[in-house]
Design a protein around this ligand. Sequence first.
Ligand code: OAD
Length: 251
Amino acid sequence: MEDLDPDLLDLTRSARTVTVLTGAGMSAESGVPTFRDPGTGWWARWSPEELATPEAWESDRELVWSWYLWRARTLRAVRPHAGHLALARRTGRVHVVTQNVDDLHERAGSEVLAHLHGSLLAFRCSVCERPWDASEELRLDLPADEHARERPPECPACGGAVRPGVVWFGEPLPPGALERAADAVAEADLVLVVGTSGLVQPAASLPLVAAGRGVPVVEVNPVDTALTPHADHTVRARAAEALPRLLARRR
Ligand code: OAD
């Protein structure tokens, strides 16, 4: 990784309140695929129309349920990396806003202010919305099989089908999540945008909220994205190597 601009390091190491917006690239070095990276992303191998829309759920619940259950089970084998740990250990106020549906930030020790796209680990009834306890389905000795076809369980309260707790295309975000995220962006001294292509709204509008309020935006991503023109600084590196250096304490 190339040397970082001293002015940038001064900014990232001295900011008192940091809001970080993470996307799938944040989890990539832990072994969780991104969505759109060529060849390896989820949407290179599977169709979002068949798996990530309310219409997909209505047309083939077994397929949709089994795919998300498989993804949830695969999370057991991954671990947070040095970038997650650097965020969790940074002194001062750090607000984590993530589009990711894994729990790697939490496992590193961060409190997540907003899971904008829900969670792979928080299932709920598709009818009465009651949370559903997934501990039995996610047991360590159950296999993670991407080709399984299982029926969604029935909600013990109303008998409705249990669904994944993720946000599908065309669905609203979890109540309050965008508002909490926008407040955290507006009150920050620094916004770090890590590992997102910036193609999915409304999450992609958050760095623009920061820019509109004069809050400096730093992008960490190996490649240019839709958000690059709105960043004050860009760090062309991976999250696990860039974040520990950006957030290291002053000596
Ligand atoms: P994408 O797959 O669209 O973008 C991932 C970004 O991470 C790309 O810009 C990569 O260059 C970057 N990247 C890859 N490896 C990285 C690394 N090691 N360090 C830093 N950056 C890296 O993922 P998202 O932007 O998160 O929505 O996608 C947004 C939403 O689209 C997802 O939350 C999901 C998807 O459809 C839902 O599931 C609702």
